[in-house]
Design a protein around this ligand. Sequence first.
Ligand code: 5GP
Length: 120
Amino acid sequence: MIAAYDRSNVFARILRGELPCRKVYEDEFVLAFHDIAPLAPVHVLVIPKGEYVSQADFGARAPAEMIVGFWRAVSKIARDLGLDPEGYRIVANHGPNGGQLVFHFHVHIFGGGIMGHSTG
Ligand code: 5GP
């Protein structure tokens, strides 16, 4: 079972300005910044401005306006980063068994190269 939201998680601390980040974009709904350990030429994380543990939590509890704002921001960020409109990858790891390490919902945007066909 996924634990309740813990305000000491690293992304909450970035949102509060307690830890630095290489910011890419910010609006009322999201903050986006470069991953500290990039796994692709472009590797950006997008996080909502709210206390959501996981994508399931976000989908269940976030106001519709926030959900729309979040996904519009993801598309805008990909465009503004100059990612290939024909291909980039968005990943959300859900839960400890899904590879989630930071329990503040986030999506990874991977780009800057040809993505192989993979679910791994
Ligand atoms: P998850 O496995 O939870 O989907 O991914 C968490 C991501 O957060 C990892 O790719 C990791 O490199 C990144 N990360 C962890 N700590 C920090 C940090 O302090 N700053 C930034 N920018 N990224 C971080």
